[in-house]
Design a protein around this ligand. Structure first.
Ligand SMILES: Cc1ncc(COP(=O)(O)O)c(C=O)c1O
Length: 461
């Protein structure tokens, strides 16, 4: 860790200063576990934070950000391309989807038009696109498209053959967001209890069922038993909050084949995985893209500068008239940031390059954390720049202390909840340290992150 010069002024460390006052005013949903630090600057992978704890109030630290800006800062902090795009994007009109816009048209044409960058995955003419403010909102729109596919958009009567399709399949340990529709997709009671539940009866009723992720036998069994009832499957190609869990080779393609054969819609939640696996999309294998009916992307899409998501849906999936209006559907500013960021990533070959850095990082995490500190870390999982290191039960009990220790060692990282208990005797998945590298990270920074994590762990155990 390097410290930056201590300045005790009203803007930073003073107990009555704006940082302390503002932090107290911000709704605290972490309770006593809230970290007593506030960020005052960032560039590349570096974060400048101020300590707000009573013991060290006003101390300034310079950290390496191993969270990738909560998995949203594709190009790290203060990237010149993003700064220029923000400046350009403020001068191109403020319109939502009622009016077309040049920036939106150029972005969508570049990605999905003839010869577009993403047409290998989404062939031109077969998909259309909408923008939302967040991953959660993108998934809500996806859900809405799924639910409305059962009915005719004007009179809301069942489409022939869809009368019995009232079930959505999701996966144990899934995470899709906190909003009302999405919490129904989560099998963890703690996330759902006390919130309004979906109506399961009547003509509009829908139920959600869960099976373990990544088990082809459980999938085959489920499809065999539910034929005719199933409306859609919602899947993260790599489960994030569950602890960075990868499915076995062939699993996603098998899932897509089953869905296509049974007339079931396949929704890929790629909010987290987008641009982190060495490719733009994680729904792919050695044979190429795995087709989906709806794909939702977010986080890295906004280049750490704008909060945005995109829903890429089969052309015939739609909502009733005015049913998807939002103030910020692919605003010109967002489109400018997305387009310039994507062009830069392409031009510099950052997807491939970052994935190579990720391979070395994964190996280092194994040797420097799991092999050397088996009392703290059990397993490394992941691919590309999205990696997880599962904690032991003992370390999971001290996660708050571990987070603090990592910061003291000069690194900021996130922890995922872990899938916990799963059915069929599968092993419990403990909370998992998540390392997400911005695509600009180099090998030296990856090594430094691992050294700092190891030092943080050593200071506690
Ligand atoms: C897989 C996945 N889906 C959806 C979301 C929700 O995205 P947001 O926080 O932008 O609403 C997340 C956020 O972590 C996520 O990891």
């Amino acid at each position: 860790m390097s410290t930056v010069p201590v300045t005790r002024d009203d803007r930073t460390g003073d107990p009555a200063g704006v940082l302390a006052r503002g932090t107290d005013l911000h709704l605290n949903h972490y309770g006593a576990a809230r970290l007593p630090f506030a960020c005052v600057g960032g560039r590349g992978l570096e974060l400048d934070v101020v300590d707000l704890s009573p013991e060290h109030r006003g101390r300034r630290l310079r950290l390496l950000d191993a969270s990738g800006g909560y998995a949203s800062a594709a190009l790290g902090g203060a990237h010149p391309v993003v700064r220029a795009a923000l400046a350009r994007g403020t001068g191109v009109g403020n319109v939502t989807d009622e009016l077309g816009s040049l920036e939106r048209a150029e972005l969508l044409d570049r990605l999905f038009g003839p010869g577009g960058l993403w047409t290998g995955h989404f062939p031109t003419g077969r998909y259309h696109v909408s923008g939302r403010n967040s991953g959660s909102e993108g998934n809500e729109l996806a859900l809405r498209l799924v639910l409305e596919s059962r009915f005719d958009g004007r009179r809301l009567r069942h489409r022939p053959g869809k009368e019995r399709r009232d079930t959505i399949l999701a996966f144990q340990g899934a995470w899709h967001g906190w909003t009302g529709g999405l919490v129904q997709l989560l099998n963890r009671r703690h996330y759902r209890a006390g919130l309004p539940a979906t109506d399961t009866a009547g003509p509009y009723g829908v139920r959600v069922e869960h099976i373990p992720f990544g088990d082809p036998d459980a999938l085959a069994e489920y499809f065999a038993a539910s034929a005719g009832r199933l409306l859609a499957v919602v899947v993260e190609p790599i489960q994030g909050d569950a602890g960075i869990l990868l499915p076995p080779p062939g699993y996603l393609r098998n899932l897509a084949r089953r869905c296509a054969a049974d007339g079931v819609l396949l929704v890929a939640d790629e909010v987290l995985t987008f641009a982190k696996t060495g490719s733009w999309f994680a729904m792919r294998d050695a044979d190429g893209p795995v087709p989906t009916d709806i794909t939702v992307i977010g986080k890295y899409l906004g280049m750490g500068a704008v909060s945005t998501s995109m829903v890429i849906a089969r052309e015939d999936l739609a909502v009733r008239s005015s049913g998807a209006v939002t103030t910020s559907d692919l605003r010109p500013l967002n489109c400018a940031v997305i387009r310039d960021g994507i062009e830069h990533i392409e031009a510099e070959g950052l997807l491939r390059r970052s994935a190579d850095v990720g391979v070395d990082l994964a190996e280092l995490l194994r040797t420097a954390l799991v092999d050397r500190h088996p009392d703290v870390f059990t397993e490394v999982r992941g691919t590309g720049v999205m990696l997880g290191v599962e904690l032991t039960a003992a370390a999971a009990d001290r996660i708050g202390a571990l987070r603090r220790a990592l910061i003291e060692a000069g690194v900021y990282a996130e922890f995922m909840a872990g899938a916990g208990k799963r059915s069929g005797g599968r092993r419990y998945v403990h909370p998992t340290l998540r390392i997400v590298l911005p695509l600009i990270a180099d090998g030296a920074q990856a090594t430094e992150i691992v050294e700092r994590v190891a030092a943080g762990a050593r200071s506690l155990w």
